[in-house]
Write a protein that binds this ligand. Structure first.
Ligand code: GLP
Length: 242
């Protein structure tokens, strides 16, 4: 694991954006795994700037998002579909037919999981997987559990996750109870994991994930099994690491 710790958030974003930009430059048809949440937003913003500055095109890039809430319409401001549009896709020249996000509105969710698994199987291993971590250690929406799923599946969101994510919703009752997510196997298959964690709230889980036991009760700890993780942390999130 390559661990970079930053005092300055903008420098963290610049480093992260250039890792992605360099991969796009050196890979003829890059397949990028993308994450949502607040952590990667600054990197996506900087990536748009870097690509404009370097004249980089996304025409030959395909993207695969980790997860999506079940039951939120794509037009909902808190859907990951909308979040990705706002934070990245509407600012770059990517071909929308190359943008892939699990369909949380699918009538047959099991069939949607199978569709997404088949889609991923055609391109795995992804060249890069952008990844954050939840305060309870979830990656994507793979929540702590006695067993974890390797491929795309439907999860019931923990009350802790729903409560934390309710910040974006008017109230807890409006936060979906389920999500569709790539599995930990999908995440670990990627050639490179670009991990981002920022803020004091992530210090404890970053310590557990990187220096605690490898356990399904902290899905982020499975990253210790991956041979190519670049972790970009700010000093707050790294503050408990020994
Ligand atoms: C969300 C997403 C994850 C994300 C995590 C942390 O629920 N499903 O992909 O990494 O929570 O989000 P944040 O970066 O906002 O702390």
């Amino acid at each position: 694991m390559i661990l970079r710790i930053f005092d300055d958030a903008e420098e963290l974003y610049e480093v992260g954006a250039n890792i992605i930009a360099n991969l796009i430059c050196t890979t003829s048809e890059a397949n990028l795994g993308l994450a949502t949440g607040t952590s990667p937003v600054g990197i996506y913003r900087k990536l748009v700037e870097v690509c404009q500055r370097r004249g980089l095109s996304f025409r030959n890039v395909s993207t695969y998002n980790l997860d999506e809430y079940v039951g939120l319409p794509k037009s909902h401001p808190n859907s990951f579909y909308r979040e990705m549009e706002n934070n990245l896709f509407q600012h770059i020249d990517i071909d929308r037919s190359n943008v892939h996000i699990p369909d949380g509105e699918a009538g047959d969710l099991r069939a949607e999981c199978e569709r997404y698994n088949a889609l991923l199987a055609r391109v795995q291993p992804l060249d890069l997987q952008v990844l954050g971590i939840g305060e309870n250690g979830h990656i994507g929406f793979n929540e702590p559990n006695h067993e974890l799923s390797s491929g795309c599946h439907i999860v019931s969101l923990s009350e802790e996750t729903r409560t934390i994510n309710s910040i974006a919703f008017d109230d807890l009752d409006k936060v979906p109870t389920r999500a569709i997510t790539m599995g930990v196997g999908d995440i670990l298959k990627s050639k490179l994991v670009l991990f981002i964690a920022m803020g004091d709230r992530k210090a404890e889980i970053v310590k557990r994930a990187f220096q605690g036991p490898v356990t399904t009760m902290c899905p982020g700890s499975l990253l210790q099994l991956h041979s190519n993780v670049v972790a970009l942390l700010d000093t707050q999130a790294a503050s408990l690491l020994s």
